[in-house]
Design a binder for this molecule. Structure first.
Ligand SMILES: [Zn+2]
Length: 451
């Protein structure tokens, strides 16, 4: 890979604004041309990338320079998660999805309070940030508490309040009430701190009636909000969807107008070629959750077929009760591993393609301007320690990226910034009281389990 000249957004910005300059041994941009600079410089102004390029080309600037070494790269983007489920971690192991939900998850969720969800989200944010995840797309209950917790933690978040009738949670938890609350939250908090985007999270076609999906589509169109929905996660859910809607889930979403919105579909494991073509026509984005799908025995989504159709694809941890952690580096490896194993083809999903899923691909799926280190984009980035056996030998930029996917892991993430603000240093999350969050979640989990 050749080194190319750096990219700037103009000298005026640097001349007039405070510049934080970071000098790394390597800067991996994940831009369109896969540029890698060694050594590289990243200039940050007002929370955005002002310049990135080779250290030798760095422009003169009134900068505070930090020579931090290591590898700098965009923060990872978690395209599908339920981080408050740290409260339910480990519940229902060994059950298939339908029984896992009805026997282990929904009874606990019916007992949740907003305070529980706040602490569960705080712990989830700390875990995500320490793993180098700077953006997370969340779908859950008690969404105001989720919003408060992610804003306090400093992480970037696409929050899509869950819309469905939660079994056993009483008359206040109808899909109609959920939808009203979600629309209200959008009006109040969308765009807050430049880090929070509020969409809508209709849980799935199997937990909502057709009129519910139609109502979500109408509200989403009014608000121009992202619609985040579970879709075709297991083969078994198809029977339930057909009984409820008279057709499969993709068709049900199309008939009710959901697919005319901006849609992020989580899982999409059990979809036909025709259904993938339908998604391509409607610009549906996919959140691929390989580890959750493997743990629940749901199957392997056909990511190469999605990418071949030009679909935007990101990767997600799903909730920590079906994973059971929030370490997106594991998905970064598992996505190409499963794609290659399923196809018996080592070229089924390339290394850089996998990195794209975890960074710029996830950002595109969510409609955000993070996921790559390009002037003008938000300065969400992480430092990875290079002084480790995982990076020996790395004789070229191509080999370095290979080792980043196959040999590195979240244990090598030392520092994390969101919008230019450092949230993790020396491997410790500074924006969350993680010890307290662990204690709170441990005690509250006991109550939720009915124990
Ligand atoms: Zn999910």
């Amino acid at each position: 890979m050749t080194q190319t000249a750096g990219q700037g957004s103009g000298s005026d910005v640097r001349a007039t604004a405070f510049v934080a300059r970071y000098v790394g041994d390597v800067v991996v941009t994940m831009d369109e041309d896969r540029r890698v600079y060694q050594p590289g410089v990243l200039d940050v102004v007002d929370g955005r990338v002002a310049w990135v390029g080779a250290a030798t080309d760095a422009p003169a600037a009134a900068a505070v320079e930090r020579r931090i070494g290591g590898l700098l790269m965009p923060g990872l983007v978690n395209a599908h998660g339920h981080s408050p489920m740290t409260l339910l971690r480990g519940a229902g192991d060994g059950l298939p999805l339908a029984r896992w939900l009805s026997e282990a998850i929904w009874p606990r969720e019916a007992r949740l309070t907003p305070d529980d969800v706040w602490w569960g989200t705080q712990l989830g944010c700390a875990e995500l940030l320490r793993a180098g995840v700077t953006t997370t797309c969340e779908l859950y209950l008690h969404s105001r508490a989720v919003a408060d917790a992610v804003l306090a933690a400093g992480i970037r978040c696409v929050l899509t309040p869950g819309v469905f009738d939660l079994p056993g949670a009483g008359p206040d938890s109808t899909w109609q009430r959920c939808l009203e609350d979600a629309a209200q939250l959008h009006r109040e908090l969308d765009g807050r701190d430049g880090r929070l985007v509020v969409g809508l999270g209709p849980h799935s076609a199997y937990t909502l009636p057709s009129e519910g999906l139609t109502a979500v589509a109408e509200v989403a169109a009014q608000l121009d909000a992202l619609v985040h929905v579970h879709l075709a996660e297991t083969s078994a859910e198809d029977d339930v969807v057909r009984a409820r809607h008279g057709c499969g889930a993709p068709e049900a979403l199309a008939r009710t107008g959901i697919l005319d919105c901006r849609v992020l579909a989580a899982h999409a494991v059990w979809v036909t070629d025709d259904e993938l073509d339908l998604f391509a026509r409607h610009g549906v984005a996919i959140a691929h959750c390989p580890q959750s799908n493997a743990k629940l025995g749901s199957g392997i989504a056909r990511v190469p077929a999605m990418l071949a159709r030009g679909l935007r694809v990101g990767i997600g941890t799903d909730g920590p009760a079906s994973n059971d952690n929030l370490d997106l580096w594991e998905e970064l490896r598992l996505a190409p591993l499963l794609a290659r194993a399923a196809a018996c083809d080592a070229s089924a999903l390339g290394t850089v393609d996998a990195l794209r899923l975890a960074t710029s691909g996830g950002a595109a799926a969510l409609g955000l301007d993070c996921g790559s280190l390009v002037p003008g984009r938000v300065a969400d980035f992480v430092r990875v320690e290079l002084e480790d056996a995982a990076f020996v030998p790395a004789r070229s930029h191509a080999e370095l990226l290979t080792l980043l996917v196959w040999a590195a892991s979240s244990r090598l993430v030392t520092d994390v910034w969101v919008a230019g603000r450092q949230l993790v240093s020396d491997g410790v999350c500074r924006s969350v009281d993680e010890a307290r969050a662990r204690r709170e979640v441990a005690v509250r989990s006991q109550r939720l389990a009915g124990g």
